[in-house]
Write a protein that binds this ligand. Structure first.
Ligand code: ATP
Ligand code: MG
Length: 201
């Protein structure tokens, strides 16, 4: 095939591709608040959620974050976002008792935590809410899934919500508009490299 034939074939293929993409874009003509779930064992769930937080702030939206399980109190994201105007940052999981396995206390902590998260979901001024590591209190049965689903469904119609954490329950994924499962193909920690500031926390 001559170079000019190859060029013409490429142009025709690109034109067909463009018309498919254009019609898909034309069909997606609605606006609404989205529910996103970022789950799976790979790294990148919370950092993706905080990336969307930065995007939302860049568009002038007000944002809220509720952290359900807190590993450390010196993360870069907390240090940065707490200083920004328009950010509400709540830490809800400090009372969870992994060691003592005091179920009644964990349930009570989760219940009180959810009341604070629910206040974010009822605030029409918040354009984006991140519920970071919410899957854990759900998985351990500290929070009732139906309560969470009902409150998510009742949020303001234009409010976006991002939920992170491993093992997202099926019903939560069904309720979501966008679900991403991050796969753990490789992680530096397993080669003996400790968590690095700016990348891991
Ligand atoms: P990140 O906050 O970096 O986006 P994540 O939210 O996907 O990570 P978490 O399970 O919340 O993952 O764990 C947070 C911390 O654990 C980070 O320091 C992250 O690098 C590390 N981590 C995440 N996934 C893995 C993994 N598969 N193996 C080892 N460490 C991991
Ligand atoms: Mg995380």
């Amino acid at each position: 095939m001559s170079e000019s034939d190859k060029g013409a074939r490429h142009r025709r293929r690109m034109q067909r591709k463009k018309s498919v993409v254009d019609s898909a874009i034309a069909e997606a003509d609605r606006d609404q608040g989205l529910l996103l779930v970022l789950t799976g064992n790979g790294k990148g769930k919370s950092s993706s959620a905080f990336g969307m937080l930065a995007r939302a702030l860049g568009h002038g939206l007000r944002v809220g974050v509720a952290q359900f399980v807190k590993g450390r109190s010196d993360t870069g994201e907390e240090g940065f976002f707490r200083r920004q105007p328009g950010v509400t940052w709540q830490v809800l999981g400090e009372g969870f008792t992994w060691e003592t396995q005091n179920l009644a206390r964990d349930i009570e902590t989760a219940r009180r935590g959810w009341e604070q998260a629910r206040a974010l979901l009822r605030d029409p001024d918040l354009g984006l809410v991140v519920l970071d590591e919410l899957t854990y209190p759900l998985k351990y049965g500290w929070l009732e899934l139906q309560t969470v689903l009902d409150d998510l469904a009742a949020r303001p119609p234009m409010q976006h919500v991002v939920i992170t954490g491993r093992g997202a329950p099926e019903a939560l994924c069904e309720a979501a508009d966008t679900v991403t499962e991050l796969a753990d193909l490789k992680h530096a920690f397993r080669s003996g490299i400790r968590a690095q500031p700016g990348v891991d926390w």
